[in-house]
Design a protein around this ligand. Structure first.
Ligand code: GLU
Length: 443
């Protein structure tokens, strides 16, 4: 198993993005919650978690910061799981407000806030979470966000106290909503839970795993635990797509094309449904309140990896296939996961079909890495006979993985038209039977 080579190759893709956009120094730190003004404006971390549970990172992706508004979609997910969409959207709307996050966007007739991603809607959503009291409500929220992240999260008490002491606008919003009838119960209890929820500490890798859990239909792909039901993730992603990026939501959907949510401390989650979750940290914000470097990097990442939602999706065929009878290495099992090779062992053999994009290439790379021995030199065959196309992102990743695999002394044979671009990283073989003969250890 040489799993490290895949992690290393994808980390290199993220490190390039980090390097490219670290120099962007426009924007400003949020200062209205005093401790946020102490963030290091140079920080930039980026992380990706695939729906198959692998994590990648670059830059300051381990730096802890408070989640702020990035908590909103995950608390919405909890409210939807408990109460259902009909009840939640009866109390909070689902229309983009086109106004800043702290706007007083309440329906003039009903007092209902425009959507759960702006402060008014988020405070109302938090208050909907069923619980016996304030403490239990917050514990349920912390537990749910921890489930999304796959580790026990905690609260930055200083940021919580600072916001509780200075959050006049949110306090006013909560009282206005009570007066309008859209917030039932005690506004100070709702605000206390909301301020604590915003002060939960995370890093970019946590955010990537949280996003990947939404991408993976509500099952955390790292822990394997179901956090919310699958239909809830569809509802949350729809709201994120239209309302997640403050008054920059339309422009973001146009350019990046992914459901996302940003927060004033510089956090950002973006979700590529069925594929992966991205998490970023970059505390300098643009005029809409979105993290400047994260927006720039994800715009390029979405283009390079072909993630925009409005692209025609490739046909949903499995990427990895097992060779049929008479194909592949022949004889014993067609592949061996991990361990050391022994004389007479079949070679590592992985075969794919259809169109290879970044996600498919990552799967193929892992299958290869799992079948190569950590110690010693292995022979492997990548069978691309049934591959119809390899896009630019897949080509870059496969090349990066092959470079790392061959640098460790393994030799890779390649079969199929689609393998031709990789001829300098391996041995091109004319057919499957030629590959089988090439890969068989001498007896
Ligand atoms: N706690 C912040 C507030 O309510 C969150 C705002 C944000 O991240 O957009 O003002």
């Amino acid at each position: 198993m040489v799993k490290g080579v895949v992690v290393d190759a994808v980390n290199a893709v993220l490190a390039n993005l980090c390097r490219e956009f670290r120099e962007l120094n426009s924007g400003h730190l949020a200062t209205y919650i005093p401790p946020l003004a102490r963030a290091d404006p140079a920080d930039f971390g980026i992380a990706l978690a695939s729906a198959s549970g692998h994590r990648y990172q670059a830059g300051e992706a381990d730096r802890l910061f408070t989640i702020q508004s990035v908590s909103k979609p995950f608390v919405l997910a909890l409210a939807l799981s408990e109460l259902g969409a009909a009840e939640v959207f009866r109390r909070v709307g689902s229309e983009p407000s086109g106004e800043p996050f702290n706007a007083i966007s309440l329906d003039p007739e009903t007092g209902r806030p425009a959507n759960p991603m702006i402060n008014a809607g988020a405070i109302a959503t938090t208050a909907l979470v069923p619980a016996k009291g304030v403490e239990q409500r917050f514990s349920r929220i912390l537990e749910t966000l921890s489930g999304f992240a796959g580790r026990a999260l905690d609260v930055d008490e200083e940021v919580y106290r600072a916001e509780a002491a200075t959050g006049d606008r949110n306090i006013a919003l909560a009282h206005l909503m009570r007066a309008a009838g859209s917030l039932t119960g005690d506004p100070s209890g709702a605000l206390d839970v909301y301020f604590r929820q915003c002060a939960i500490r995370v890093h970019a890798v946590d955010l990537a795993v949280m996003a990947a859990t939404l991408a993976n239909g509500g099952v955390n792909p790292v822990t394997g635990a179901r956090v919310v039901p699958e239909p809830v993730t569809v509802q949350v992603l729809a709201v994120m797509a239209t309302c997640g990026m403050y008054d920059g939501s339309g422009d973001w959907l146009l350019r990046v094309g992914l459901p996302a949510k940003s927060g004033v401390s510089g956090g950002l989650v973006a979700v590529s449904p069925g594929r992966s979750g991205m998490g970023c940290y970059s505390p300098l914000l643009d005029t809409a309140g979105n993290p400047v470097r994260a927006v720039a990097a994800l715009t390029v990442m979405s283009q390079e990896l072909g993630l925009h939602l409005m692209h025609n999706p490739p046909p949903a065929t499995p990427t990895l296939i097992e060779p049929g009878p008479g194909e592949g290495p022949g004889g014993a099992a067609w592949s061996r996961a991990g361990g050391d090779t022994a004389p007479g062992d079949p070679p590592a053999w992985v075969a794919a079909q259809g169109e290879l994009d970044f996600t498919a290439a990552e799967r193929l790379a892992y299958a290869l890495a799992e079948r190569l021995p950590e110690a010693g030199h292995g022979r492997a065959v990548i069978d691309l006979v049934h591959v119809t196309a390899v896009d630019a992102a897949a080509e870059t990743l496969i090349r990066a993985v092959l470079e790392r695999v061959t640098a460790r002394g393994h030799v890779v044979g390649l079969v199929g038209e689609a393998a031709v671009p990789f001829s300098t990283q391996g041995v091109l073989l004319a057919s499957r039977s030629a590959a089988a003969a090439w890969s068989r250890p001498p007896s």
